[in-house]
Write a protein that binds this ligand. Structure first.
Ligand code: SPD
Length: 292
């Protein structure tokens, strides 16, 4: 993939904070609240005029208070509304808390293991973007571990989770290992029968080749995998995808009405109707590439 040039990342100097990707910049007006170098990456929190407080990792936009639901609702609810059971959920990444909050809105969930590699991300998000995790941070069902999610996936018992969600950054730096065959094979191994796997799968425009390669690989490994298309305007190109996979058929395409009914009224973006359209709305060129 084209690399964001973190060395050129110069947040807020002229009132603009830009993610640079190749020959394109994706910017928001704002000011820097904190800019830290953790042991793993540069962690920047800014106040943006358009979307409230926002997080960048190594100069890449991750989330913002008034845009996080585009991303987190899309990652979580298709999986949580379709798996056979949803008692045990694993989140790899997700240190801002937004994925956990959406998962915990499902009352059948009994335990959520969240494995975030960078404690600084959790610390700064809890301080500056507290509503992303919201009550989830205090929910006794949430077990937060700071550590390597790839090692967790390797070491956890087979068939130990109903749903596995990967909420990482782009494939550079600490998130690089969240995109390869070995990691996905372990995620498949962790699924209970009737389980569902989901991962953010990048932009079909800004990361076209990576997106296509991910869908192909997940189809090969799980037997069933399909991308859901939506939008996160602050991300490169704004056009985004999440890919869902299962071993026993494309169960993730259909939201169970009784589960959907519990969460839909509180959603900003997701609904069974939105989800149905998002799975159908594959661009013709991507469909041709996947068929080839
Ligand atoms: N290019 C941005 C990809 C970000 C994916 N993860 C976002 C984390 C939100 N919890």
């Amino acid at each position: 993939m084209a690399e964001t040039n973190v060395d050129r990342f110069d947040p807020g100097r002229d009132g603009w904070i830009d993610e640079t990707l190749g020959h394109v910049r994706y910017g928001l007006r704002g000011k820097v609240l904190e800019d830290r170098h953790s042991a793993l990456q540069r962690v920047t929190v800014v106040h943006t005029e358009a979307y409230g407080n926002a997080l960048l990792l190594d100069g890449r936009w991750m989330t913002a208070e008034r845009q996080e639901r585009h991303y987190h609702e899309a990652l979580v609810h298709p999986a949580l509304c379709s798996a056979e059971r949803i008692e045990r959920v694993l989140i790899i990444g997700g240190g801002d808390g937004g994925t956990a909050r959406q998962v915990l809105r499902h009352p059948s969930v009994e335990q959520v293991d969240m494995v975030e590699v960078d404690a600084v991300v959790v610390e700064l998000c809890r301080r500056h973007l507290p509503d992303l995790g919201g009550d989830g941070w205090h929910d006794p069902r949430l077990r937060l571990s700071v550590g390597d999610g790839i090692a967790w996936a390797e070491q956890a018992a087979a068939a130990s989770y109903d749903v596995v969600l990967v909420d990482g950054s782009d494939p550079a730096g600490p998130a690089e290992g969240l995109f390869n065959r070995s990691f996905f094979q372990h995620c498949r191994r962790l699924l209970r029968p009737g389980g569902v796997f989901a991962t953010q799968s990048e932009s079909p425009e800004a990361f076209r080749q990576l997106h296509i390669a991910m869908v192909r690989l997940l189809r090969e490994l799980f037997g069933h995998a399909d991308p859901l298309y939506g939008w996160v305007p602050m991300y490169p190109s704004g056009w985004w995808s999440w890919t869902f996979a299962a071993l026993d058929g494309p169960r993730y395409r259909i939201a169970r009405p009784e589960r959907a009914a519990v969460v839909a009224a509180g959603c900003e973006i997701w609904s069974p109707r939105w989800q149905e359209g998002g799975f159908i709305a594959m661009a013709a060129g991507i469909a041709r590439a996947l068929d080839a």
